[in-house]
Design a protein around this ligand. Structure first.
Ligand SMILES: [Zn+2]
Length: 159
């Protein structure tokens, strides 16, 4: 079911999400369906949106849902960086669809996570996918791109 996406300023977006317990896996399918439906509805309206974090629909659990050419569910993800190479990017967010924020992100990252079978998985990411996962991961820690703005002139209204 399509859910309301919490918008910038909603205090729940600043909360730290809780890890998922293995026993919760059985109740996961309706949440994943909600994330899917919400992302696709957003995409239809804004022609953007590749991933969503559970806290954006008010579920404070450490779950990311990505839908690009296939769907990937990241449970209890952990990000790590093998080097310090950074890039400046303009971030947008489904919680503030008309705003762009200039932030610095790692060019490369690795994400370790559990899948829906509770199997340990990992992915190495570079470029815009690295940016995307760093952005989504931040949502689990209550961090929005606005809080990573490189300075106080880093905000742009989308046209
Ligand atoms: Zn976001």
């Amino acid at each position: 079911m399509e859910k309301e996406i919490l918008q910038l300023g909603n205090p729940r977006l600043y909360e730290i999400s809780r890890p998922v317990e293995r026993t919760e896996l059985s109740q996961m399918s309706s949440l994943i369906q909600d994330l899917h439906d919400t992302l696709l509805a957003f995409r239809k309206q804004f022609h953007a949106g590749r991933a969503i974090a559970a806290p954006q629909i008010g579920i404070q659990k450490r779950i990311l849902y990505m839908n690009i050419d296939k769907e990937v569910v990241f449970i209890n993800p952990v990000l790590s960086f093998s080097d310090e190479a950074m890039m400046e990017v303009l971030d947008d967010c489904m919680s503030f669809p008309n705003l762009l924020v200039k932030v610095m992100r790692h060019k490369r990252c690795r994400i370790d996570y559990l899948d829906l079978e509770w199997k340990e998985c990992s992915m190495e990411l570079a470029g815009d996918l690295s940016e995307l996962l760093q952005h989504e991961y931040d949502h689990l820690d209550g961090i929005l791109a606005t809080m990573r703005a490189i300075n106080n002139q880093a905000f742009f209204i989308k046209r």
